[in-house]
Write a protein that binds this ligand. Structure first.
Ligand code: HPA
Ligand code: ZN
Length: 336
């Protein structure tokens, strides 16, 4: 077995699945300007450099303010298509073979964009990427937790025409003060519809939110979850049940969940036997995509190939994908 230190080209070719990716967070400043021009939207930035310069965050909320503002340029199905396909191509170049794609309908509905517009664009981009490169994708319809649970329920009901195209529901946006239990009824309804469930928990919120997401929402994965490490009982539970955690290292640094990558919870999480995956979250805002995250971890932690194979295998094991594809990809990773 090869235990060499992982290098950049080996990591680029390692087949990997991305499980924590907000499609609205893939909006690069260049495309933001192009879409603003296409749609006659006035931006509060002079140029692409000014947008990049604004990407200095103090916390989750300071990012979310820009993230929701950036979405404003997305108006037509073609816009959503172009956004998604551009990211799918970049991810493919990073060695990503599958993406569970989160999207935030409420960020668009409140601007008068219909679900039909949004879904038409995303589904076309997914079909195009599959045809172009074989990249597989699945959709996670995510609710904004800082809005009332009734709004989330209304979105879930409005998505009925697409239930067979949606793999799961998710929960994102401002975490503190919006515990998972607020959405228990919405998640019970999603479960009754046969949809899988994930939720952000333990990013800025306390470890108790992780337990609450498991108990009240019956989720199969936890997005982020890094603050579990502050509570030994939560760590033990996550380890015993091998709940996949979709960790986003560069995001955690950008949003100051940790002060620097060298101090990240990841090494302790691996030492505790947790089921960890690596992801980019909002790559346009946080300094890079999947390969940038893998490379940063290789540099910060000196992990060997065996560790990265394990992380990639974890991602494929936990992805929303057909079983035949899953077993083929797991073999590919073992041979890499
Ligand atoms: N956390 C919470 N909500 C989000 C994020 C995140 O990292 N990205 C987009 N919405
Ligand atoms: Zn996220």
């Amino acid at each position: 077995m090869n235990t060499d230190t992982a290098d950049e080209s080996w990591l680029a070719r390692l087949p990997k699945a991305e499980l924590h990716l907000h499609i609205e967070g893939t909006l690069e400043p260049e495309l933001m300007f192009e879409l603003a021009q296409r749609n006659g939207v006035k931006l509060p930035f002079a140029d692409v450099e000014a947008v990049r310069a604004a990407y200095q965050f103090d916390d989750l909320q300071s990012f979310l303010d820009l993230y929701y503002q950036g979405m404003n340029v997305l108006r037509t199905s073609a816009d959503f298509h172009d956004l998604a396909l551009a990211y799918f191509r970049r991810a493919h170049a990073d060695g990503v073979v599958h993406i569970d794609v989160m999207f935030d309908p409420q960020g668009h509905l409140k601007r008068g964009i219909t679900l039909q517009t949004l879904m038409d664009g995303l589904l076309q981009a997914m079909a195009d990427a599959q045809a172009e490169s074989g990249l597989s994708t699945a959709l996670i319809l995510s609710f904004l937790r800082d809005l009332p649970a009734e709004d989330a329920m209304a979105v879930l009901e409005a998505a009925a025409p697409w239930y067979n195209r949606i793999a799961a529901v998710g929960l994102d946006s401002a975490e503190r003060g919006h515990p998972p239990g607020k959405f228990a009824a919405v998640y019970a309804r999603a479960k009754s519809l046969g949809l899988a469930r994930t939720a952000h928990a333990g990013e800025e919120g306390p470890p108790a939110y992780i337990s609450e997401a498991l108990d009240a929402l019956d989720v199969c994965r936890i997005d982020h979850g890094v603050r579990c490490i502050e509570d030994t009982a939560v760590v033990a539970r996550l380890r015993d049940a091998q709940i996949p955690l979709t960790v986003c290292p560069l995001s955690n640094v950008a949003l100051r969940v940790v002060d620097k990558l060298a101090n990240h919870q990841l090494p302790a999480m691996l030492a505790a036997g947790l089921n960890v995956t690596l992801n980019s979250d909002d790559p346009a805002y946080f300094g890079g995509g999947m390969l940038a995250n893998f490379n940063a971890c290789a540099t910060a932690f000196g992990w060997n190939r065996e560790t990265f194979r394990m992380l990639a295998t974890n991602s494929v094991q936990a992805a929303f994908m057909p079983e035949g594809r899953r077993s083929a990809l797991i073999s590919d990773i073992a041979r890499h």
